[in-house]
Design a protein around this ligand. Structure first.
Ligand code: NAI
Length: 714
């Protein structure tokens, strides 16, 4: 089908063809099959014309050029045979390659995002100009989907910007801004949007006069000019870097590197054929499937308003009060400041308040380049944060988020004092990690304006926010909390009330199991290693130290009060809390923290301290540890689905990936469970059934195993 009408052809100054991409089906241009067919037809028409001096390709959509290939089409073809994928790549590349052989100069005029297939198309042109006043971003995010650029990106980028720059761009998957692209030689001109077309036409004229584009065409068809020593050095440094970043769990960046190194000595056509083969080897692999799933989870989340009604709109949040200047209060305040939302911060302990403000300013004024605080930034942010010493100072805030100690009585006392001082429109929220919102709202005059807004630790790294609906929370409050969280750059999911909500309810069985494993004789480092090998960013014991042992203890108590049959109350946590070992914040917990790096070292004193709680001495394989840590999580997820805690099973997966760093290359907990199958999970649980109900298959799992059903059905 080539009748989508996504591309318009016009003629400027009588001899410049302009192709304007403006797909009426969406807010961004996507290189779907039909758009590629349209391009093909236009290229055929234009190639036959003798009267043209140049072709300019641009976007009709303000702020966005092309966001890449159509991932939905990728998904539809995920099971396609290898030859079909090779063929799809070869066809796409050969289409774009025609831009480098047309009988006139070809220029891409880039305004806004130009990534993936869009970046490849732009690279096949002779020249590129870019708008300086839009947020032009150029990049190859393919590795983030477990793939590599398959339409000539790995062929063309090394030729246009040099192998080293190309390796960095392709293997990192990160986009660069217009200025960096200009410095790299990727774009020739950086001009205001209004002058973009004129600049592109000027480039055509200059190239026609000078003829440099013809010499480049010849050169860029050849193998790269790079010596073996340089190639060896680049390979060694880049592979070490990739290994460090991926932990060997994401194959695409390394595959892209190996491809580019191996193809350096080939001409562009031969390199293109190799690229297609390399792309086909990655396409449809488990990691590719998992990462495509994460892409769709994220995409769905971006569009979700948190409520199903269309008639309710979020109210604006212009200022935020934060109560509690501890770990979480600091992180939440910093997230607001970074989006220039003014914050009023309060704490019952004056020292905690001043220390909190200092830490917040340190975080927000951190300068990556200087690797330290930036005084100018600190001054700017200091004006946005005000300490509150009396409740009245919180009165004008549109939203007040409480992040004090995890104790329902203390929290309720605070609300009783504060609520009458707030405006009737204001929203009061708790960052509680486990206490039911309905329980906290019990004594409030306006429970409909009370909601859980639960951030994750560390806030600067974890994109997830759980918006928790209490029994009386209104749709407007939910919609406002969701819009607010998005506004400060977070990914909110709405969950129904209940102990531990979603993520902590899933996390607690996993973390608790690590304590049981210690008591069953497993070594702490073996537990940590197994979880990390599974793909978790840190082991469960380190996670305890990051969260804070006291907070984790309170959270655990809420959980074992709610689910006494399956959460065992381990004596290990209270022992650490009693010893004042509260985790990173006190310099010791399960591990010792000697400096600010956050890296823990083993402490023999802890091993000694745990001795009375060790029930048996046994050796465990990493597989046994992994099964004990992660299968209870899957079981809990089945209970969560039955209890309708989430509106969609995909929220379980998004929540864990964005909230605790569950490995994206596994696609999410339920996606991973589906890759095993319910019957296999029932089987894997068998050896652990003697540990008690926490390891027994749930009715839902058994039913799924029997029916061969998956979590991602339909
Ligand atoms: P924290 O112990 O680091 O900080 C709590 C702060 O609240 C302290 O500075 C304390 O002086 C202050 N405070 C205590 N009672 C107060 C009162 N009545 N009025 C004013 N200030 C008071 O605790 P953290 O870790 O920041 O936790 C705070 C809340 O966030 C808890 O509800 C916790 O469950 C929740 N949370 C904690 C996470 C974590 O990983 N630590 C993650 C997500 C939520």
């Amino acid at each position: 089908m080539a009748d989508a009408g996504a591309i318009k052809l016009s003629i400027e100054e009588s001899d410049i063809a302009v192709l304007t991409l403006d797909d009426p089906r969406g807010s961004a241009n996507v290189l779907s099959r039909s758009v590629l067919d349209e391009l093909d037809q236009h290229f055929t028409t234009l190639e036959g014309r003798k009267d043209l001096a140049g072709l300019v390709i641009r976007s009709g959509k303000p702020g966005v050029f092309i966001v890449g290939a159509d991932i939905r089409e990728f998904l539809a073809g995920i099971d396609a045979p290898r030859e079909q994928i090779v063929d799809m790549c070869n066809r796409g590349r050969k289409l774009f390659q025609r831009l480098s052989t047309m009988p006139f100069v070809t220029v891409t005029a880039i305004e806004g995002q130009c990534v993936g297939g869009g970046a490849e198309m732009a690279l096949w042109c002779d020249r590129r100009v870019v708008s300086s006043d839009s947020k032009a971003m150029f990049g190859f995010p393919e590795v983030k989907l477990g793939l590599l650029p398959g339409w000539g990106g790995t062929v063309r980028a090394p030729r246009v910007i040099g192998l080293s720059n190309a390796v960095e761009l392709v293997t990192s998957g990160e986009s660069i801004d217009a200025k960096t692209a200009n410095l790299m030689g990727l774009v020739s001109d950086l001009v205001p949007s209004a002058k973009l077309l004129a600049a592109a036409i000027q480039v055509v004229r200059a190239e026609q006069r000078g003829g440099q584009f013809k010499r480049d065409r010849g050169l860029w068809q050849q193998p790269l000019e790079i010596g073996d020593t340089e190639l060896g050095f680049l390979g060694a440094t880049a592979s070490a870097m990739i290994q460090g970043q991926t932990g060997g769990q994401y194959p695409a960046p390394m595959a892209a590197l190996e491809l580019m190194l191996a193809s350096a000595g080939l001409d562009a056509d031969a390199a293109g054929l190799e690229e297609a083969k390399a792309m086909a080897s990655l396409f449809g692999t488990p990691v590719n499937r998992a990462l495509i799933n994460v892409f769709f989870l994220t995409d769905r989340n971006k569009k979700d308003t948190g409520i199903d009604r269309k008639d309710v709109k979020p109210q604006p949040i212009r200022s935020v009060g934060v109560i509690g200047a501890g770990i979480m209060g600091q992180g939440i305040s910093a997230a607001n400041l970074k989006r220039t939302l003014p914050v009023v911060l309060a704490d019952a302990v004056p020292d905690a308040l001043s220390k909190g403000i200092q830490q917040i300013l340190e975080e927000v004024s951190y300068d990556k380049e200087k690797q330290g605080p930036n005084a100018q930034k600190a001054v700017k942010f200091a004006a946005l944060i005000n300490p509150a010493t009396v409740d009245a100072e919180l009165a004008p805030c549109d939203l007040v988020i409480e992040a004090i100690v995890e104790n329902p009585e203390v929290k309720k006392q605070l609300y009783a004092r504060l609520e009458p001082r707030l405006s009737p429109q204001a929203i009061l929220a708790s960052n509680t990690s486990t206490i039911p919102i309905t329980q906290l709202a019990a004594g409030l005059a306006r429970p409909e304006r009370f909601v859980g807004i639960h951030f994750f630790n560390p806030v600067r790294k974890m994109p997830l926010v759980e918006v928790i609906r209490g029994a009386k929370t209104s749709d407007e409050t939910i919609a406002t909390a969701v819009a607010y969280a998005k506004n400060i750059g977070k990914s909110p999911i709405v969950v129904n009330d209940g102990p531990g909500f979603l993520v902590n309810r899933l996390l607690l069985p996993y973390m608790n199991e690590s304590l049981e494993l210690i008591s069953d004789g497993a070594e702490m480092k073996a537990i940590e290693r197994s979880a990390k090998k599974f793909g978790m960013p840190m082991g469960p014991l380190t996670l305890y130290d990051v969260i804070g042992l006291d907070t984790a203890f309170y959270a655990g108590r809420v959980m074992w009060e709610a689910f006494p049959d399956r959460i065992a109350a381990s004596p290990i946590l209270p022992a650490l809390v009693k010893a004042g070992r509260l985790g990173q914040k006190t310099g010791s917990g399960f591990f010792l923290y000697k400096d600010k790096s956050g890296r823990g070292t083993p402490d023999p004193a802890v091993v000694e301290m745990f001795k009375p709680y060790i029930r048996k001495q046994e050796k465990y394989t990493p597989e046994q540890i992994t099964a004990r840590l992660f299968l209870p999580m899957v079981l809990e997820a089945t209970r969560i689905l039955e209890a309708k805690v989430v509106r969609d099973p995909r929220d379980v997966d998004l929540g864990l990936i964005f909230g605790v760093g569950f490995p994206p290359f596994k696609g999410g907990l339920l996606f991973w469970a589906d890759s095993l199958g319910a019957a296999k999970i029932v089987e894997l649980l068998k050896p652990f059934e003697n540990l008690g109900p926490r390891m027994h298959p749930t009715p839902l799992l058994l039913e799924m195993a029997k029916a061969g059903r998956r979590f991602y059905a339909g």
